[in-house]
Design a protein around this ligand. Structure first.
Ligand code: PLP
Length: 346
């Protein structure tokens, strides 16, 4: 345990010793010319793990989401997505500014879902006044709903609607392996309901850099053009891919520790006077909490916590604590002690 417990995000993870070793030894080449065998192995592995035909390594989740939308949206395009998703809130409006894509945001339910009747209503009919609906986007796990996995029945219902209206479904699956674990299935049981997805190597899987876009071969071939256009094609990226391979081979089952630690944190905070929890039983690796009103603002509480040795992230009305590789049960108990003390302080 070090001095500061950092629960801001699962992106703060440091590469495991096995990853550092794999990066050091990685066989690399110029991926711009398709000559990096380690990148190719990672892409094959990512496709296999998500049950898709092909995959593409990109530097970040944000770029992965943008590249995918650029593939789907050619001309007068609109995408249906949740108002409280990363793609809508936290990606600098990239789809509009870079892609000329119009978002059609719908309210997310408390469980991160979109109401299917509203989705149906939001799908544009051919009319000179309207842009064209190109894709329905989901986020799984849904971060702002509390790291909630979308259920398989719900995903099946979205798939059926999309098939009926002849639309593709895209998944921001930054944490799709957390979702699968929480649902008690392998990832392809989740991803089979979507046409394409991205997941992040650099979050709970602990790799230093990278996200994978996964989909049909034709989709990935097209995505490669947009990755290049956005400056996301890298050269000896095998050094990064090597860590990604270790992530996919060794870090997926470990996510269960993060889920247990998030439950531990929530149970340590349950019933604390002056504190509210978004979910008493966090389904994955995130705990959202806030001071009851009247009380300090979330920013003030975050600052108070940081001064005593705990980092958490203000997100809207809540503070987010994410458990991740490198955080043990002892760190979580320490975090809970600091939160209880900060809330009790005058
Ligand atoms: C659900 C979700 N999607 C996408 C992203 C973007 O990923 P990146 O930070 O790699 O751009 C994040 C980042 O936290 C996320 O939580």
């Amino acid at each position: 345990m070090t001095g500061m417990v950092d629960l801001r995000s699962d992106t703060v993870t440091l590469p495991s010793p096995a990853m550092r070793e794999a990066m050091y030894r990685a066989e690399v080449g110029d991926d711009g010319y398709g000559e990096d065998r380690t990148v190719q192995r990672l892409q094959e592995l990512a496709a296999e793990k998500t049950g898709k035909e092909a995959a593409l390594l990109v530097p970040s989740g944000c770029m992965a989401n943008l590249v995918a939308l650029l593939v789907y949206c050619q001309g007068r395009s609109e995408v249906i997505l949740g108002r409280s998703t990363d793609m809508y809130i936290y990606e600098v409006g990239a789809m509009s500014f870079v892609g000329g894509i119009h978002p059609a945001p719908l309210e997310n339910g408390r469980d991160g879902t979109l109401d299917l009747a509203e989705v149906e209503r939001a799908i544009r009919i051919p009319d000179v006044h309207f842009p064209t609906t190109r894709v329905i986007c989901l986020e799984n796990t849904h971060c702002l709903a509390g790291g909630v996995p979308l259920g398989l029945d719900y995903l099946a219902a979205v798939r059926a609607l999309a098939d009926r209206r002849r639309l593709p479904v895209y998944l921001d699956g930054a944490r799709v392996f957390n979702a699968a674990l929480a649902l008690g299935v392998e990832a392809p049981a989740v991803t089979r309901f979507v046409d394409a997805l991205m997941f992040c190597l650099s979050k709970g899987l602990g790799a230093p850099v990278g996200s994978m876009i996964c989909g049909s071969r034709a989709f990935i071939d097209e995505a490669r053009h947009y990755r290049k256009m956005l400056g996301g094609q890298m050269r000896q990226a095998g050094f990064l891919a090597a860590a990604g391979i270790v992530a996919l081979e060794t870090m997926i089952t470990r996510l269960a520790d993060d889920h247990r630690n998030a439950q531990l944190l929530a149970s340590e905070l349950a019933g604390v006077e002056g504190l509210a929890l978004l979910r008493a039983e966090p389904p994955t690796n995130m705990v959202f909490f806030r001071p009851n009103r009247p009380g300090p603002s979330v920013e003030a509480l975050a600052a108070r916590l940081e001064a005593t040795g705990l980092q958490v992230l203000p997100m809207g009305d809540w503070l987010r604590a994410v458990t991740h590789y490198g955080i043990e049960a002892g760190d979580v108990r320490q975090a809970a002690r600091l939160i209880r003390a900060a809330v009790a302080a005058p």
